[in-house]
Design a protein around this ligand. Structure first.
Ligand code: GLU
Length: 449
């Protein structure tokens, strides 16, 4: 598989950079996909004639809006809201909302681009989109969060609909935020349109397993990668970065499958607990009390907190980056491999830099890129949409089995695609090639869209 962009594709990539200046994360996500597509154009020359690559790199619609809100002291703040509707060839735009101070158009575009291909891998009828704001929910009161969400939705609602665009959560957007967003949508539109948002609460149209799905799914993906190598998750030492929703349920499934999680983190520092992370405590600190992970050590004297520590220096056999983009660089990847890491499952979106990806691929460890490994979250969102459409609600066991089946299929199909294109064991190429073909084959029959 060409590591260097072939000439034609190189020209398209240069055009993407020129048309989207200063959006480094978007360039990175596009480059990673484009550099695997050479053999696809050879097999499907019609995709080149139809300029499918150029079209998928240009979002169908990009919305940027003002979000004014008032804090508890009455001071006015102005944030910026985004929704990038990337592609709706396979289904309505689908993808989460991220509230984080680092958010700008380039972040939302990289996430929307990744989402399009990830969603295609799920085999569910969902297109790709992403949104968010540079609003920082950290340290805000519930009332401030509510006022912000209401203001955000007061503009966003006109672009949404169960057949148009269906947001969900991402970093900084969980059950609390989705509740305020759904409440405002319902109020403005006078419609109880459950299918307009996913990740809803269980009492108001949500699906069991949605909360757990991204983390559980990522572990299932690692389980499948290890199965191919006649190995398993059981008994392995694991490191999981982050301590948000994805990290918590990654740790839960790892523990259920008999692995030991020895470290987790937040943006301030890392916790190392050789005895194994006390997940009930992490859940209480993060989900209930909204505290920092550093507080963990006041309950466990044998655990260590390192402020600003690098979690990838903690030796492990399985690493699951579950925090944010570009959290593993080339040096971190080399450290992981040197310390005996045999598998990496990405719960976060694009958590490894291109240099890091190269280290993992060259070392031939089991490397599951986010696009494939973390697709369980959005797949379960699609299951939530199915339940909403049929006014049904499924049991935990039934829904979890569906999630497991979907992840097992994503693993098998990305693995087979890599084999077919002569890059056995390379899930980056497998996922990119397979999802691109799925999107392209949906676009072509729809005409010039
Ligand atoms: N934000 C999640 C992701 O990155 C979930 C999106 C969704 O459920 O729509 O896939």
């Amino acid at each position: 598989m060409a590591v260097v962009l072939e000439e034609k594709i190189e020209a398209i990539y240069r055009q993407v950079i020129a048309r989207n200046p200063g959006e480094g994360e978007f360039h990175q996500a596009v480059k990673e996909v484009l550099e695997t597509l050479g053999p696809v154009l050879v097999k499907y020359p019609e995709f080149a004639h139809q300029k499918i690559i150029q079209r998928v790199c240009e979002p169908e619609r990009q919305i940027i809006f003002r979000v004014p809100w008032q804090d508890d002291k009455g001071e006015v703040h102005i944030n910026r809201g985004f929704r990038v509707e990337f592609n709706s060839a396979i289904g309505p735009y689908k993808g989460g909302l991220r509230f984080h101070p680092s958010v700008y158009l380039g972040i939302i575009k990289f996430l929307g681009f990744e989402q399009l291909f990830k969603n295609a891998l799920t085999g569910m009828p969902i297109g790709g989109g992403k949104g968010g704001s540079d609003f920082d929910p950290k340290g805000k009161s519930d009332n401030e969060i509510m006022r912000f969400c209401q203001s955000f939705m007061t503009e966003l609602y006109r672009h949404l609909g169960e057949y148009t665009d269906v947001p969900a959560g991402d970093i900084g957007v969980g059950g609390r935020e989705l509740g305020f967003l759904f409440g405002q949508y319902k109020r403005i539109t006078n419609r109880y349109e459950s299918g307009v948002l996913t990740g809803k609460g269980i009492g108001w149209g949500g699906s069991l397993v949605r909360k757990e799905a991204t983390g559980y799914g990522a572990v299932y993906f690692v389980r499948e990668m290890l199965k191919v190598r006649k190995n398993s998750v059981e008994g392995k030492n694991c490191v999981v970065s982050g301590s948000g929703n994805v990290a918590i349920y990654t740790m839960e499934k790892l523990q259920q499958l008999g692995a030991k999680v020895v470290a987790c983190s937040d943006s301030n520092g890392i916790i190392v607990h050789e005895k194994g992370i006390d997940l009930d405590l992490v859940k209480r600190l993060k989900e209930v009390e909204r505290r920092r992970i550093g507080d963990y050590v006041s309950y466990h004297k044998d655990a260590k907190y390192v402020q600003g520590g690098n979690i990838w220096e903690v030796p492990c056999q399985i690493a699951m980056p579950s925090a944010t983009q570009n959290e593993i660089n080339g040096k971190d990847a080399a450290t992981l491999v040197k310390n005996g890491c045999i598998a990496v499952g990405e719960g976060a979106n694009m958590p490894t830099t291109p240099e890091g990806v190269k280290v993992f691929l060259d070392a031939k460890i089991a490397y599951g890129p986010g696009k494939a490994a973390n697709a369980g979250g959005v797949a379960t969102s699609a299951l939530e949409m199915q339940q909403n459409a049929s006014r049904d609600s499924w049991t935990f066991e039934f829904t979890e089995r569906k999630l497991d089946d979907i992840m097992t299929r994503i693993h098998a199909t990305t693995y087979e695609t890599a084999e077919e294109f002569g890059v056995s064991g390379n899930y980056v190429a497998g996922a990119n090639v397979l999802s691109f073909i799925k999107v392209a084959q949906a676009m072509v029959p729809l005409g010039l869209i």
